[in-house]
Every structure is written in C-alpha cells, then in structure tokens.
Design a protein around this ligand. Structure first.
Ligand code: HEC
Length: 145
C-alpha cells in the first residue's frame, strides 16, 4: 500500500513537472499519409534522417552529426503517435545515445513556429505508417530430461 501511494505521488509529480508526458494520450484527427510525405520532404527531415525508400546525403550531415538517425523500419517497440508528436515538437525531451550535445539541446531544430498543426498531423501519420513491429524473438528453452 505504501509503495502504491509512493508510486502514485511520483506519477503526480512527474505529471506536474512535465516529465514523461509522452505516455499521456491525446487524440489526433485523421491524417493523410501522402500529404505527410510532402511535409517530410518540405522540412528536409532527410538532411539528418534515413528512411527506407528515400535518399539521404550522408556526406553532408549538419555539424556535429556523424551518422543519420534512422526513422521507420522494424523496431522492437512500435512508436505511438504521442511519442512521434513529442519527438517532433520537443526534440530535446530525450537525446539519443551518440547525439548528446553540451547544451543538452537536440541537434534537431524546432519546427514549431513554421509547421502548421495540419502539417504535423499528416507528418505523424506518415511517420507512423513506416514503423513495423519486428517478429517477437522467442526464447528457446532446453527440454527437461
Ligand atoms: C539537424 C538534424 C535534424 C533534422 C533536420 C531533423 N531531425 Fe529528427 N532527430 C535528429 C536527432 C539528432 C535525433 C535524435 C534525438 C537527439 O538525440 O537529439 C532526432 C530524432 C527524431 C525522432 C525520434 C526518433 C526515435 O526513434 O525516437 C523523430 C520521430 C524525428 N527526429 C523526426 C524528424 C522529422 C519528422 C523531421 C523533419 C520535420 C526531423 N526529424 C528533422 C536530428 C534532426
């Protein structure tokens, strides 16, 4: 019981301080994947990211980046749209390993003052459609003798 209360208190504090907001859900209107692709190209996401079926100029990555960050493809845990929205509108919420910066700010710029909400909705639907769950690795058990 005590542990439960403590957990609840921490959850409340985390909620207040804005941590872990990505786990709180919200509902996006229906998006359009084709229009989302246009947004993806328009804002040049491919200057830092790779995605299968698209070209990335890996020779000319911005400043400190050595390798592009892969988007889409097979992942062990599917990206939900709250997570994808968070990644786009708050890129510094969590820095990926190997992409830490001294300032703690993501290399990824903010598009918040230029991208419309409709563009964001379509973009996120486009991104979401490119993630695929990889087959669950089954544990091989030795058969008892
Ligand atoms: C200047 C480079 C740069 C640009 C431009 C850029 N990103 Fe990123 N992006 C990053 C980096 C670096 C990360 C990894 C997070 C970190 O450590 O900062 C990232 C992370 C992400 C993630 C999270 C990936 C994951 O697996 O968790 C998404 C989604 C994403 N970016 C989408 C976009 C989209 C969509 C655009 C275009 C609107 C874009 N990015 C433009 C550099 C960039």
């Amino acid at each position: 019981m005590k542990a439960f209360l403590l957990t609840a208190a921490f959850a409340a504090i985390a909620g207040l301080s804005g941590c872990d907001r990505a786990s709180q859900s919200f509902s996006l209107p229906q998006g359009n994947v084709e229009q989302g692709e246009q947004v993806f190209v328009k804002y040049q996401c491919l200057s830092c990211h790779t995605m299968s079926g698209y070209e990335t100029d890996t020779e000319n990555l911005p400043g400190s980046m050595e390798t592009p960050v892969a988007l889409g493809g097979q992942v062990s845990r599917i990206r939900t749209y709250p997570e994808l929205v968070t990644s786009v509108i708050n890129p510094s919420h969590r820095l990926a390993e190997g992409y830490e910066t001294e300032s703690g700010q993501s290399v990824m710029p903010s598009f918040n003052d230029v991208m419309t909400v409709t563009e964001l909705v379509n973009l996120v639907h486009f991104l979401e459609s490119h993630y695929e769950l990889e087959p669950y690795p089954r544990t091989e058990y030795m058969s008892p003798r």
